[in-house]
Design a protein around this ligand. Structure first.
Ligand code: CMC
Length: 391
């Protein structure tokens, strides 16, 4: 490998030091700033987790109230930004709109481009956490031809998002407690996950000194793929393709067939090889939501049958392939009436705090260098060039 270590997919490379999130994949441990994810999911709300990730400590009541008020006061977007949507075709994927519109935020907040000022960096973090749900809901409303719904500052973060998604001018959407709680949990369980592909993308983009909005847009792009944040959408599409409980075995067989590229979406994880601690919490919420909302949907039956087979089948047990967080979050979102095309958008909204916390941490680290991986060159060398007329 010459002078460099060859590590495709970075299976054995730590790209940075970080004090934000701790993962012990073998033992299914995930902690944010030292707090186990299950405690955070059960005892904190998403904005508390945002504060914790950004500031390194859990907020006091006064700090929480102040933080909530700051976020709430930044939820609106400039009317000119709203005009951006008119340029998209109505059938554009909401992730495509998100990539473009988030990057465009850099053209509105010139003062946030001063990334050397910690207070300014925090302001851009607040703006991003506050505006992502507004932009996400706008993308959805635009895609179904309904007018945008403005944020309501008296609602919680999760309630406000559901309000902007589902209210129409003629009728305010009544957000149920179950739906708000489930939504908040989905946000919390996706808030950060150390150096995954999108977070590494944000850090790499930020290492060149790029502005926060451009970096987060890069994160959104990286998250979109089906092996990462796109898995929740791919999982629901797969359940639709299976269609009926009687066909589950056929698809499980396909997933085990090495000559078939098909994989069960929502199963397996690069780091968690025993269980995904987020999936454990999400599974509980999933069963609770289905029961409390009394949702009946044949796809949910397919999902439950698939979960059972995968947990019992020797192939999945041996390869340590368990349902991951996106398997359950997809089912919950479906039960809440959220369209499949919005699933990855919701992941992006939730992960924004993680991305921006890592970006901020990186910029405070002494001796921070531009990220610049090397390669193993496999092409030809020292060839003699023939001018075009002689070729
Ligand atoms: N269905 C069937 N077989 C699988 C699956 C699956 N979902 N995932 C892995 N395998 C097999 C794979 O074929 C390989 O078998 P073999 O050893 O015989 O070649 C073995 O398990 C190891 O797989 P790998 O691809 O080397 O593992 P990885 O750590 O590189 O990939 C993964 C992890 C998540 C990309 C992969 O499990 C996968 O593609 N899962 C489906 C997509 C998905 O749900 N992604 C969301 C991840 S969680 C949310 C997030 O972090 O974004």
């Amino acid at each position: 490998a010459g002078y460099f270590t060859y590590d495709p997919g970075f299976l054995a490379t730590a790209s940075c030091e970080s004090a934000i999130t701790y993962i012990d994949g073998g033992n299914g441990v995930l902690q944010h700033r030292g707090y186990p994810i299950a405690s955070l999911a059960n005892e904190a709300d998403f904005l508390e987790v945002c504060y914790l990730l950004l500031n390194g400590k859990a907020p006091t009541k006064a700090e929480y109230d102040e933080f909530k008020s700051i976020i709430t006061n930044h939820t609106m977007v400039h009317e000119k930004l709203a005009h951006f949507f008119q340029g998209f075709l109505p059938d554009a994927h909401p992730m495509a709109m998100l990539c473009g519109v988030v990057g465009a935020l850099s053209s509105f907040y010139h003062s946030d481009l001063d990334i050397d000022d910690p207070a300014q960096r925090m302001r851009s973090a607040h703006r991003l956490i506050a505006k992502m749900p507004t932009i996400a809901a706008m993308a959805y409303k635009y895609s179904i031809g309904q007018p945008f719904v403005y944020p309501r500052n008296d609602l919680s973060y999760a309630e406000n998002f559901l309000h902007m998604m589902f209210s129409v001018p003629a009728e305010e959407y009544k957000v149920s407690d179950v739906a708000a709680r489930a939504m908040d949990r989905i946000f919390t369980l996706h808030a950060d996950h150390e150096q995954n592909a999108s977070t590494s993308t944000v850090r790499l983009a930020g290492s060149s000194g790029a502005n926060p909005y451009a970096c987060i847009a890069a994160g959104v792009a990286s998250l979109w793929g089906p092996a990462h944040g796109g898995a929740n959408e791919a999982c629901l599409n797969m359940l639709e393709e299976i269609g009926d409980v009687t066909r589950v075995d056929e698809f499980v067989k396909k997933a085990k067939d090495k000559s078939d590229p098909f994989r069960l979406m929502g199963f397996g994880h690069r780091v968690y090889k025993n269980f995904d601690p987020r999936a454990t919490v999400m599974r509980e919420t999933c069963h609770e939501v289905l029961e409390e909302l009394g949702v009946t949907d044949p796809l949910l039956d397919v999902a439950m049958a698939l979960e059972k087979v995968a947990l019992e089948d020797p192939y999945f047990i041996e390869k340590k392939l368990y349902p991951n967080v996106d398997f359950y979050s997809g089912i919950i979102l479906k039960a809440l009436g959220i369209p499949t095309s919005m699933f990855t958008v919701i992941f992006a909204m939730s992960r924004t705090v993680g991305w921006i916390s890592h970006w901020d941490e990186m910029l405070t680290q002494p001796g921070q260098k531009i990220g610049r991986p090397r390669q193993l060159y496999t092409g030809e060398i020292d060839r003699e060039f023939t001018p075009l007329k002689n070729r």
